[in-house]
Design a protein around this ligand. Structure first.
Ligand code: G3P
Length: 217
């Protein structure tokens, strides 16, 4: 399973990359606004830190505009994946990007039928937003289960990129369901590592090593 960092904050990204578990990065206009950076300057900097796909999102909502913006973004670095909203104009653009060899991440997916259409258009990745579905009192993870099953039924090559991850439980559930990737905020990525028994076990080992150093010959 590939783990991506969902952030546009260079310090945060670097910190996670140093853990040695980051396969890529995803950004969106809200994450860019959070750090107050322009897409064309921050994406190349992220690509220097992350050795893997880096999603950069278009803000145009007509096919022609999406294509124009996406081609510029794709030229920023060989690892750029153009993130496109799941609307009819977006799918038209994805079809063209696919023919041109530009990788795409189709975002704002909230239904299995939307994911089916994105795969048919040739999307490289589909991003179902799990946390936002949970926010509506529906089970976001059911969507991952459905999309994985549909893609498997027909051999679609589109990779399921579980997004809007809000807890470590989302990550383990996505992994069990066979989601190819998950994009995770830095705070959640760090939580994946934590277990109180690891901390207390390590503390005891260090304590015993110290005691032994005093008495062992
Ligand atoms: O990758 C999409 C993700 O950033 C959305 O997350 O927490 O804003 O729903 P959230």
């Amino acid at each position: 399973m590939k783990l991506f960092i969902d952030s546009a904050d260079l310090k945060e990204i670097k910190d996670c990359v140093e853990m040695g578990v980051v396969d890529g990065c995803t950004t969106n206009p809200s994450l860019l606004a959070k750090v107050g950076r322009k897409i064309e300057t921050v994406i190349p900097e992220i690509c220097e830190i992350v050795d893997g796909p880096v999603s950069a999102e278009v803000v145009a909502i007509d096919a022609e505009g999406i294509l124009k913006e996406g081609r510029v973004l794709a030229k920023l670095h060989k690892n750029v994946v153009v993130k496109v909203p799941l609307i009819a104009e977006g799918l038209k653009a994805v079809k063209v990007f696919t023919k041109e060899g530009i990788k795409t991440n189709v975002t704002l997916c909230f239904s299995a039928n939307q994911a089916l259409l994105a795969a048919k258009a040739g999307a490289t990745y589909i991003s179902p937003f799990i946390g936002r579905i949970d926010d509506t009192s529906h089970e976001g993870m059911k969507l991952i289960e459905d999309i994985v099953a549909i893609y498997e039924n027909f051999g679609f090559e589109t990779q399921v990129l579980t997004a809007s991850v809000r807890s470590p439980l989302h990550v383990v559930q996505a992994a069990l369901l066979g989601s190819h990737c998950a994009t995770i905020p830095a705070s959640i990525l760090k939580l994946l590592l934590k277990h109180p028994l690891t901390d207390s076990g390590l503390e005891k080992f260090l304590e015993d090593t110290k005691k032994n150093a005093e008495k062992a010959k």
